[in-house]
Design a protein around this ligand. Sequence first.
Ligand SMILES: NC(=O)CC[C@H](N)C(=O)O
Length: 358
Amino acid sequence: MQTAYLILNTGDVLEGTFLTEATTTEGEVVFNTSMIGYQEVMTDPSYEGQLVTMTYPLIGNYGCNGDVKESDRFGAKALIVQTVSHYPDHPTSTHTLKQLAEKTKVPIIYGVDTRHLTKIIRTHPNVFGKISTNPDEKVTMTKIDPDVVKKVSVKDVQHNHSYSNRHPHIAVIDFGQKKSIIDALTAAGANVSLCPYHTTKTELDQLGIDGVVLSNGPGDPVDCLSLIPTVRKIADHYPSFGICLGHQLLALSYGMQTKKLVYGHRGGNHAVKSSITGKVYMTSQNHGYVVCEDTVTNEFDILFTNVNDQSIEGLQHKTKPVTSFQFHPEAHPGPTDTMHLIEAFVRDVAKKGAIVYA
Ligand SMILES: NC(=O)CC[C@H](N)C(=O)O
């Protein structure tokens, strides 16, 4: 077992052990407070470019299952954990965390003081780190690749049509989508076409769609500025539903601004409050950026706010069918308490398209 060093741009160096083959990797260091969900984290493209530490101290205890994944190719750049369970116990488990790490090519280091690491991340904005066998190496990375969305998006349109064409047809613009979004839309009765990040309104017209989901994705939303006019054109024409990066891009397209949080919201226990009903929902979250509250235009209502820091969690256009959420209604990992938002969108799209929804 080889010693692993996590070298941070804050000057700290933490020690651990490689669970997987020793390797050097660099990225933004972020923490996730979910007690479960290591499989989803290792395969969620929104983590592209990030080294993720799990604050829950025992990882791997319910094993791994090949069906639990958010993508086949992208996810966290590395996982940093406290204790690894070598004897998982769950009826659906088919392999261990180590085997998953080898399969997904996500290196894992363990034995790290993840509580100390999380405290460092909570007090320093922009923590970048390098995992290496040599503690004297320096961190060179200062920002996630501005072209990261291009890297993770599908190259061609993929159709996931489970129903007859009487059902609503929804395009998911893929900025780094999680498979769970397609699963949730399908479960709600939609035929789904997954489209590359640069898809134009004219191309969507040709597909004959009824509504659009702008997906989650990695990186800084401002790095996608060239896509903003297209996003606006799409949202002005089609019922649109933004999730996480998709929400941020919708907000930018309507003239709002985004900013980076000192430390992100990542986990399955983030409370958001509806400004309509006052109800609080537990949500799954994974973001480092938020829409700036003082830039919300008169055209929009704030639908949800974060209970802990009051940041914006949801926006709704006052006259157009455009809604967006900073959290993940599709869950995975984490609570499904806000799945009804996806179901409501599919229902609305079905009505607007004058299609008999059966
Ligand atoms: N999950 C996401 O879509 C994340 C959005 C964006 N990359 C952020 O960190 O805020």
